[in-house]
Design a protein around this ligand. Structure first.
Ligand code: XMP
Length: 328
């Protein structure tokens, strides 16, 4: 790791010199580690970190992102609050592909507008935390899904393409695989909680709300998701690790159906939630996590007791293939 950092310093420092570097971040493992690396190599005053709060994030995510970046020594953190823009663009849209397209386009539009607003000199450098698989997947022939995924990784946004053509892109993690990124992050002092985080899709909660994405729906899902994840972090496997660490990816999905239940002597139609937890090594294929029944029962009870809109909890027992990991 020391050698890798030395090498990157020798490449990046003379290239950038004292010019500003703008890093686009999602708050995930890769962009956080890329931030840590640039903050180590360069002067923290010249490093600008831009993050969009789309309103499709998990509970308390933006605050956590800011705290993590500050801990790494970041001085210029630009958090763009754009929930209203995203939710208005998504109003009435239920088609999954359309949702993804709208979100991808909105990311690019806001990104370009906000970069102009920063008033950086024209010769600033643009950095991103793309890692080796991002490029491999983007280049994959005939893979429609890879294109969609990558549009959110910003590998091919117009801003990135323009900067790439101008020779002003910095991608310090481009040769690394995920496990190497984690090792580097550990070495650079990135919090273990960030490094061991489950993957989260670019379009965020929008692809976990089947049907229309509204603020009310996002709020319900955020609440359920945070209870589910908190329980997984708290519960242990027989070998002593947390269920969260034993699972490759876990999350909740809000379904567009209402189901009948009883509250006192009144019949009530409430929302239905699905929980998904999978084991995988790369996300390409996945198996269902074999929970102890008691864990699922207790988690379900806590969800229905705490989130009043939810009246029924189901567990998705489908592997990939045939199902994908996300529901949309
Ligand atoms: P699927 O649902 O295709 O997901 O089995 C495989 C992995 O990719 C994540 N995923 C995405 N990641 N942008 C991303 O950055 C996306 O649009 C996207 N869609 C799916 C998914 O969470 C899983 O880890």
């Amino acid at each position: 790791m020391e050698k890798f950092i030395d090498e990157q310093t020798r490449v990046i420092k003379p290239r950038v010199w004292e010019k500003p570097v703008l890093l686009l971040i999602s708050g995930g493992v890769d962009s956080t580690v890329a931030s840590a690396l640039l903050l180590k190599i360069l002067n923290s005053e010249q490093v600008h970190l831009m993050y969009m709060d789309t309103g499709l994030m998990r509970k308390n995510e933006t605050e956590a992102v800011r705290a993590n970046l500050e801990k790494l020594g970041a001085k210029n953190i630009h958090i763009i609050m754009c929930e209203d823009e995203f939710l208005s663009a998504l109003k009435g849209v239920t088609d999954p592909e359309k949702k993804r397209r709208i979100i991808g386009d909105m990311y690019m539009k806001i990104q370009e507008r906000e970069v102009i607003r920063l008033k950086l000199p024209d010769d600033y450098f643009l950095a991103q935390g793309s890692i080796r698989p991002d490029f491999l997947e983007s280049g994959q022939q005939g893979s429609k899904n890879a294109n969609i995924i990558k549009s959110h990784h910003n590998v091919a946004s117009p801003l990135v393409i323009a900067k790439r053509e101008a020779g002003r892109i910095i991608e310090p993690l481009e040769k690394l695989y995920k496990n190497e990124v984690r090792d580097l992050g550990r070495f650079l002092g990135v919090d273990e909680a960030v490094l061991s985080r489950h993957p989260f899709p670019g379009p965020g909660l929008a692809v976990r709300i089947v049907g229309e994405v509204t603020k009310a729906n996002c709020d319900i899902l955020r609440e359920v998701d945070s209870i589910f994840i908190e329980e997984l972090k708290r519960r242990r496997t027989p070998s002593g690790s947390s269920l969260y660490d034993d699972i490759w990816q876990a999350f909740a999905i809000l379904l567009p159906v209402r189901s009948v239940g009883v509250a006192g002597d009144v019949r009530k139609y409430s929302r239905v939630i699905a929980l998904r937890a999978i084991i995988s090594s790369d996300g390409m294929t996945a198996g269902v996590y074999p929970f102890e029944t008691r864990d699922l029962l207790e988690i379900s009870t806590r969800i229905t007791n705490s989130v009043k809109e939810v009246g029924r909890v189901t567990y998705d027992i489908t592997s990939k293939p045939p199902a994908t990991i996300e529901w949309e």
